[in-house]
Design a protein around this ligand. Structure first.
Ligand code: SAM
Length: 268
């Protein structure tokens, strides 16, 4: 068990998704997975009571954190003094410009035991800044990590899988049981590594078109692509992109979605 600094007196806030990690073994596995190197700019989302923050600071000496809960800002700042240099950004992470955090130099590395109610918005926000991010290590609901990493044919392959995998390499690392947190969440958790692909290799001609194709294709996943995509294109366009119009979204690869969206973007 980690010792909690005396100054953290507030109870966990459910509406902020607060489940504080206390299992030392899990915390060290996260730090090992991040494996900070000199010069890395680490940014933690939702440091809470510092479960990951202080071990990262001990190892790396400096860290930027983004925390929304005003009651945590002072105790976190005070307790961090014994560990290293902590820059605290007291903001909603969804309003933070990750690209600006680089200061125009290099890339940031994101880390976080995320508030589960905001995990998808945070992931999509990060994708908008993918070029500024070297990698991300996130604790999420296991069910979300399964969806992120799934491939065609899996029951959980869907919009999240196809959107994320087009922009990032997704590697699930390890599972974490509810007892590792205080209070324990109702679900299992997992840590995942996301590494954004180099911008020139992503190959999406029109990001809005790509999201529209993926959204409509999985909007009614039981329908054939011909029907699900009827607002965006006809069967001939799907065929011209080398895809069977009677296939369903859950059967086709990320590369197929890319080809179809690029074909539609080119024929506009
Ligand atoms: N990192 C700590 C740990 O592992 O024990 C806390 C993790 S807790 C699951 C999620 C943290 O995210 C909380 O500290 C919560 O206050 C913070 N948080 C919730 N919503 C946020 C938001 N919109 N922006 C920034 N932080 C937020």
């Amino acid at each position: 068990m980690t010792t909690r600094p005396h100054a953290f007196t507030e109870p966990a806030k459910k509406h902020l998704g607060q489940h504080f990690l206390h299992e030392r073994g899990i915390i060290s596995k996260i730090v090992q997975a991040v494996d900070p190197k000199p010069g890395d700019h680490l940014v933690e989302i939702g440091p809470g009571q510092g479960a990951i923050t202080f071990p990262l600071l001990d190892r790396h000496g400096e860290l930027t954190v983004i925390e929304f809960d005003r009651d945590l800002i002072f105790p976190l700042t005070e307790a961090a003094r014994a560990h290293g240099t902590l820059e605290v950004i007291h903001r909603d992470v969804l309003s933070v410009d990750f690209t600006a955090l680089t200061g125009g130099e290099g890339q940031i590395r994101l880390v976080g035991n995320l508030p589960y109610n905001l995990s998808s918005p945070i992931l999509f926000h990060a994708l908008e800044h993918a070029a500024a991010i070297r990698d991300m290590h996130f604790m999420l609901q296991k069910e979300v990590v399964d969806r992120m990493a799934a491939g065609p044919g899996s029951k959980v392959y869907g919009r999240l899988s196809v959107m994320l995998q087009a922009y990032c390499h997704v590697t699930p690392l390890f599972n974490v049981p509810p007892g590792a947190f205080r209070p324990p969440p109702k679900v299992d958790s997992a840590v995942v590594r996301l590494v954004p692909r180099a911008p020139e290799t992503i190959g999406i001609a029109d990001p809005e078109k790509y999201s529209a194709v993926v959204r409509d294709a999985f909007g009614q996943r039981r329908k054939t692509l011909r029907n699900a995509l009827s607002k965006l294109c006809d069967a001939a366009a799907i065929e011209a992109a080398g895809i069977r119009p009677d296939a369903r979204a859950e059967q086709i690869e990320v590369a197929d979605f890319l080809r179809l969206a690029n074909h539609l973007a080119a024929s506009q």
